[in-house]
Design a protein around this ligand. Structure first.
Ligand code: 5GP
Length: 178
């Protein structure tokens, strides 16, 4: 792939390791939600590739929906005050919701989304994230399914971006400035 001048990507989690872990997570979810009405809610845009792979590892009749949120302000640091850019298409009332996120950092964004989905009358709301930067957490959010814990580094690939670049990179990578 052609890179931005002076930038290099170092693989942190390989595509093979991701594929194996996503399969395991899908099997767990399949067992836990058997005989339940499940809606997988992906948080755009970062979760789109994870959702595509995860939902095909879930062997259940599940609905798929998406939400998109954006943080208020220009700060790169999460404020926890988020604006819903795209809300759920369908009612979650009486259903079991699994929120599918790319990465949990401070937890502020997910804390907001969790509250929002709960307030819509879901029977249960659980969280599934591919990546978790536990050391950065500022607020406790219940993460029920977790792919990998990662160190405090900015990562891209497998859906994650920096300035909308590198979402289509197959591995989860660190961006290194040469
Ligand atoms: P939180 O509210 O948990 O601090 O922020 C979560 C959001 O911040 C994620 O959904 C993601 O959009 C963004 N984010 C946090 N860490 C990273 C990272 O290492 N790489 C990328 N590309 N986005 C991140």
């Amino acid at each position: 792939m052609r890179m931005v001048d002076g930038e290099r990507l170092d693989v942190l989690i390989s595509r093979d390791a991701i594929a194996a872990r996503v399969r395991e997570m899908g099997e767990c979810i399949t067992n836990d939600y058997r005989d339940k009405e499940l809606i997988l809610v992906g948080i755009l845009k970062g979760s789109f590739i994870f959702m595509a792979d995860l939902c095909r590892s879930v062997d259940l009749l599940a609905e798929i929906d998406f939400m998109a949120v954006s943080s208020y302000g220009m700060s790169t640091k999460s404020s926890g005050v988020v604006r819903i850019v795209k809300d759920l298409d369908n009612s979650v009332e009486g259903k079991h919701v699994l929120v599918v996120e790319d990465i949990v950092d401070t937890g502020l964004t997910l804390n907001y989304i969790y509250g929002h989905v709960k307030s819509r009358g879901a029977t249960s709301v659980k969280i599934c994230t591919l990546l978790d930067k536990v050391s950065r957490r500022e607020i406790t959010v219940p993460v029920h399914y977790k792919g990998f814990e990662i160190p405090d580094a900015f990562v891209v690939g497998y859906g994650l971006d920096v300035k909308e670049r590198y979402r289509n990179v197959k591995d989860v990578c660190r961006v290194v400035e040469d």
